[in-house]
Design a binder for this molecule. Structure first.
Ligand code: NJP
Length: 235
């Protein structure tokens, strides 16, 4: 396992849920962590740098990255995690929900990488980790636009792997099934849905991220996919 001591990690969508758990895991392994979210909450992570940042706004991402580099002296790990979801039959989805999923999940991922990459390229041990989804690996019922946004993330990160690995930046898609967070509650998802039975914990995803970024630099993990053993009737 490679140490995270002195490595700097920026995590988007880190005020709660998977992003906050990932911040705790990376900080616990010695990384200095920068936490981006609209609220700017530090999720109670001691020593973290937290700042309000809206990933729908490229300028906000540029400011977040600049402040992180100013605070910690560089950037080694970017975890693209901020995401939103709205579920239901395609024609029932309000336009606002469609716009929000594309703005946060697709454009937010692209502009986060655009802001961070010049600094990752200066690192001698850089990782880009995208928290995509099982919905980025196959089409799922009542998730058409969410799936489209997650397929976009998976394709973006997988394509960047070709451009970046020889330049020292490893690119990984992390693709979990249902995780027990606030995510999409009230937007067509309920905790009782049979396909979400036995949802995983945010810490399970954080451990996957920690595993990915602590691999020896001799190899890279392209994709980590994992789902609850208890899930039923999933597509
Ligand atoms: O979501 P949640 P998760 N700009 O709702 C922030 C994927 N995933 O942790 O801005 C900046 O608990 C928001 O903070 P705030 C999913 O697609 C999930 O479950 O202050 N930040 C909060 O910190 C997503 O990509 C499941 O409100 C923004 C965070 O994002 C990732 O995992 C399954 C923002 C969301 O916390 C994290 O989801 C799966 C913006 N515009 C993949 N908008 C699952 N939960 O089942 C929101 O396969 N945030």
């Amino acid at each position: 396992m490679t140490s995270l001591q002195d490595r700097v990690a920026l995590i988007t969508g880190a005020s709660r849920g998977i992003g906050a758990a990932t911040g705790r895991a990376l900080a616990g392994a010695g990384a200095r962590v920068a936490l981006a979210s609209r609220s700017g909450d530090d999720a109670g992570i001691e020593g973290a740098f937290a700042m309000a940042c809206d990933v729908r706004d490229p300028a906000s991402l540029e400011a977040m990255v600049a402040a992180t580099v100013e605070r910690f002296g560089g950037l080694d790990i970017l975890v693209v995690n901020a995401g939103v979801g709205a579920y239901g039959p395609f024609l029932d989805l309000p336009v606002d929900d469609i716009e929000e999923m594309i703005a946060v999940n697709v454009k937010g991922a692209i502009y986060a990488v655009r802001a961070a990459l010049p600094h990752l390229l200066r690192s001698d041990a850089a990782d880009l980790v995208t928290i995509a989804s099982e919905a980025g690996r196959r089409g799922l019922p009542n998730e058409a636009v969410y799936c489209a946004s997650k397929f976009a993330q998976v394709g973006f990160t997988a394509a960047l792997d070709h451009e970046l690995r020889e330049r020292g930046v490893r690119c990984t898609n992390v693709c979990p099934g249902g995780v027990s967070t606030d995510f999409a509650m009230g937007h067509g998802r309920t905790r009782e849905m049979p396909q979400l039975a036995g949802m995983m914990r945010p810490e399970d995803v954080a451990e996957a991220v920690l595993f990915v970024v602590t691999r020896p630099r001799t190899h890279r993990i392209l994709e980590v996919a994992f789902r609850p053993v208890t899930e039923t009737s999933w597509g």
